[in-house]
Design a protein around this ligand. Sequence first.
Ligand code: PLP
Length: 401
Amino acid sequence: MPRLARRMGRAKQSAIMLVAERARQLKAQGRDIISFSIGVPNFLPGEHVYAAAREALASDSGQYGSNRGTDALLDAFLAHLARAGLEGYTRANCATGIGAKHVLFNLCEALLEEGDGFAFATPYWTTYADIGALLGADVRLLPCPPGQDYKLVPAQLEAALAARPKVFLFNNPSNPTGMVYSREEIAALADVVAHHPDTWVITDDIYHRMVFDGLGYHNFLHVRPELRDRVIFVDSLSKTYGMPGWRVGFMAGPEPVAAALTALNSTHVTNVPEVAVAAAIAALSGPQDVPAQKCAEFQQRRDLVLETLSHIPGLVCPRPQGAFYAFPDVSVAFGRTHAPTGLRIDNDVDLCNALLDAKGLACVPGSAFGEPRALRISYTCPAPQLAPGLQRFREFFAELS
Ligand code: PLP
């Protein structure tokens, strides 16, 4: 057989998807599995979204759509941007893609040459590192340990940007940590960004409607609108509207960047499928109460998760204030044995495997996010499973010798 392209040696399936897949297989074999693994919202979009999709199906001409996104979709996105306090954009500033993941890949492809610096904080969403590796970028990780609440601090960003990476990617609220930057923290980081004009900044804000404790959502552009010529905002319908499988993502930024993404769409995918476009317009333009309700529910779930974790001696969990993840430092388990099964735990992967084998509980090892002292709990499972899943977690730690 002829060889695959060399770059495929750097391409891999997401570690999160692999854990989720293993949990699914065990469930299919009849095991009682609770999954805290993949970050899928536990709700569906409203009936108005399905109605719009059905109508599109009934009337769809089945032709190709727009590379950038239809005018109606871009207008709905512009209204969404305005709700997020990001005004003054036009359709020419925007482009769509098959989910934020595709938009982020396209942005990196459009901005990064091979070997260009690509900086982002650790812990990071797995895909950032995968994109950097696939494109042959010089990935520069900015370590943000638990003692720093997993957050970037200005001096650290200053040092990173002084080395002139081509792209700095910033994720707020964060997957996997659930951390949210306050307005003061954003302003301090934006001051640093302002002094480094050679770096593009991508803000992946797909969880921005899920912020707890009244902290509010803040973007560099809120505090320094003059950064508009190099800050690129990315969002998607997946988490906010309970529509991960519909695969609709967006960006807003300088016109040449949006034009570049339109050209890449033309080559890669042509257009977001028209039925998904109709559904997305309905979600963005319809009642906006679901995201707010869900945010309140996730805050309650966060409280339950933190309450449970607080009973585990030695475990440290910086307080998440957004998204639907907790990212405890679980290194207290390393070097110990799960007494009932004899499973030895030397690292985060052993721990997640043992949790799954012994308790039927799926979590994602922190090393998938560049932080091997931790694991990620995604607390979006069906409501009746949350308390039992947390109970299994607590029991497991109590059984370590
Ligand atoms: N960015 C972050 C931080 C995410 O957590 C995810 C999905 O988990 C994405 C982007 C991708 O979202 P989408 O479903 O729109 O591709």
